[in-house]
Design a protein around this ligand. Structure first.
Ligand SMILES: [Zn+2]
Length: 243
């Protein structure tokens, strides 16, 4: 195909890509966002991103249209023997085949993430997986302006990140220890629990006082932590309990 006659401006921001479902072994298509279409313009303190054009968060929930297996795109191909068994026994028999490819609006993105969430429940997935998916569902509700649902899912994310932090190894390139502490603190702040928020943020400040730990903390994370501590203290002084 000639790239000039097919000018970049005419390309859709998303495209379909073929992969093999790790549960039913069928060839399936998933929709990805072209990297040229991803332009981050802002980010909230809990890492909720805002994009100029296409929001790649909408496309992070991958679903097999044949068997109903669904997961966050970063771990989709990691289904274990137990995951396969549970999907085969408990999801596929009730699943009616439908397509999830192509451009997604916010409602379709929410639907897709809720199918992932249902999969996590059936597969008894690690808390970290629940936390990540619940945080993204909360962000989708924030984009929609639905504050009640946003808060409900922020609360789930808060609980699951705490469980993940105390019970699960955080390595594997998923999230470093201090980012996890920071996000727990920030979720506490957003949920109107300033004392809890401070106690989590102060763990980072205290670790930053020890050279061997400080090198593991991203400079920007430390800067954000200091800003958030200021914000929580100011809010406590003015008697405001949450954002
Ligand atoms: Zn499948």
């Amino acid at each position: 195909m000639n790239s000039e006659s097919n000018g970049m401006a005419n390309l859709k921001p998303v495209y379909n890509s073929k992969i093999t479902c790790p549960v039913c072994d069928k060839n399936i298509e998933v929709t990805k966002v072209r990297s040229k279409s991803i332009r981050l313009i802002a980010q909230d303190e809990d890492f909720c991103p805002y994009y100029e054009e296409c929001n790649p968060i909408y496309y992070e929930a991958w679903i097999c249209s044949f068997c109903g297996y669904a997961a966050h795109n970063s771990v989709f191909e990691d289904a274990s023997f137990m995951d396969r068994k549970l999907v085969n026994e408990k999801i596929t028999p009730k699943w009616s085949s439908r397509s999830f490819t192509g451009e997604r609006d916010i409602e379709q993105a929410l639907d897709a993430f809720k199918i992932v969430l249902y999969n996590l429940v059936i597969r008894q997935a690690p808390s970290f997986e629940f936390a990540r998916v619940c945080l993204r569902i909360a962000w989708l509700y924030r984009y929609k302006g639905d504050a009640d649902e946003e808060k409900r899912f922020l609360r789930y994310a808060y609980d699951y990140y705490q469980k993940a932090y105390s019970n699960e190894p955080l390595g594997g390139g998923k999230m470093d220890e201090y980012s996890c502490i920071y996000i727990i603190g920030e979720l506490a702040r957003r949920l109107g629990e300033p004392e809890e928020a401070l106690s989590w943020f102060e763990r980072i400040i205290s670790a930053a006082g020890q050279p061997e730990k400080k090198q593991k903390i991203l400079p920007r994370l430390l800067e954000n932590t200091r800003e958030q501590i200021q914000m929580v203290r100011q809010a406590m002084q003015t008697g405001k309990r949450s954002v």
